[in-house]
Design a protein around this ligand. Structure first.
Ligand code: MG
Length: 385
């Protein structure tokens, strides 16, 4: 019985294939005739990489634990393939060690003309990563431009390619830098659109900063200590004090090379989640930090771009860790690139483009505090004309 059924199915498939082939010919011919002439696919199309230095002008002098500044050095990149252009960016706050010169020196070593297929992200980006150690922002500027290009070639935004729902994008925090009480109050009033504010701590005026903000607003706060605390008992006391004032999460309390045991002790006793930022740069750090922190802050400029950031996100989620998505002061190019990951994170800190006054791109926006992704393919960015 079984054999008969199988044989019958084989015969049916065989005969219907033959019949289909015979019957389908006229229709297929008609369909072919109706099809518009194929655009020549430029069999020898090659990718070309371009770059130019750019200086992001900050709206306010920006102070964190380790520095103050009013501009951020940046390099804008483009990768062109078959008439399609992908945009990328390296943002390089000086304390991270990369410069426009080091970035351009790195980009000069990248030969994308070797690759005929831009969809081979895995191969191309592994090769770029292997050119030299370090240089994460320079590498990100290639990765982001290549993702933009590939998304445009596919005609899809990256949140669709990754399978994320843009409606789930979170509210972003807006950062209040360390400043005098009058300036802090003014910045907080200007930020009334935001549902979460981020406060920079780690100097000797942490309590004053919080009390100043609390004199204006009661919105939840995220706090970034930027490695500024050293004593673990005092850190724990401060965490309790912060938690009682509706601070909901704290980034990088200790120096990045502090013993993991101290961090693990603090995380275990803390009333609120502790995230690693400076001590979590790339994929390998996620596993190393498991058990020592509640979660990680992923930034494209640390992680060498979207590809590794996506991996860090998926790994952290698989390990049960919390995820914040952060940024440097960046144009809407870098911020839009990061925003495609945002539907999957616990907290977004994607205010980088809002902090600059000369943004050369339109892209992902912030609407009433919420990260708002557009329908455009790739990163969804267009240059400001
Ligand atoms: Mg941070």
């Amino acid at each position: 019985m079984e054999d008969t059924r199988k044989a019958g199915r084989r015969d049916f498939i065989k005969s219907s294939a033959l019949a289909g082939g015979a019957l389908a010919v006229p229709g297929a011919l008609q369909r072919q005739e109706a099809r518009p002439p194929r655009r020549p696919r430029a069999p020898r199309a090659r990718m070309t990489l371009r770059w130019r230095p750019f200086t992001a002008q900050l709206r306010h002098v920006f102070t964190i634990t380790v520095s103050s500044r009013s501009t951020t050095p940046d390099v804008l990149t483009e990768i062109e393939y078959d008439g399609v252009v992908g945009y990328g960016e390296a943002s390089m706050p000086p304390y991270l060690g990369e410069t426009q010169e080091s970035c351009i020196a790195f980009l000069s070593k990248v030969d994308l003309s070797r690759y005929s297929n831009p969809f081979e992200l895995e191969t191309i980006l592994a090769d770029v990563d292997a050119i030299a150690p370090g240089n994460p922002a320079a590498k990100a500027s290639i990765d982001i431009a290549l993702h933009d290009l590939v998304g445009k070639l596919m005609g899809q935004p990256w949140y669709n390619i990754w399978g994320f729902d843009p409606a789930k994008a979170p509210y972003t925090s807006y950062t209040i830098g360390i400043d005098t009480p009058e300036v802090v109050r003014q910045k907080v009033r200007e930020a009334s659109e935001f549902k979460v504010l981020k406060v920079k701590l780690g100097r000797d005026n942490d309590h004053e900063m919080i009390q100043t903000i609390r004199s204006v607003t009661s919105v939840p706060l995220t706090a970034d200590v930027n490695q500024g605390w050293t004593d673990r008992q005092r850190a724990l006391d401060d965490l309790h004090w912060l938690a009682s004032r509706n601070v909901i999460v704290v980034e990088q309390p200790f120096p990045k090379d502090a013993p993991l045991d101290d961090l693990a002790w603090l995380t275990e006793h803390s009333p609120i989640p502790i995230l690693a930022d400076e001590s979590c740069q790339r994929l390998a750090d996620v596993r190393r930090l498991l058990g020592a922190v509640s979660g990680i802050n992923i930034k494209l400029m640390k992680a060498t771009g979207m590809r590794e950031a996506h991996r860090m996100l998926i790994l952290a989620r698989a390990l049960g860790m919390k995820v914040m998505l952060g940024c440097m002061t960046e144009t809407s190019c870098g911020i839009s690139a990061a925003s495609h990951l945002s539907p999957m994170v616990d907290w977004a800190d994607l205010d980088g483009a809002l902090l600059i006054s000369n943004d050369p791109f339109n892209g992902t926006t912030v609407v009433e505090g919420k990260v708002t992704l557009g329908p455009g393919p790739g990163l969804g960015v267009t240059p400001v004309s």
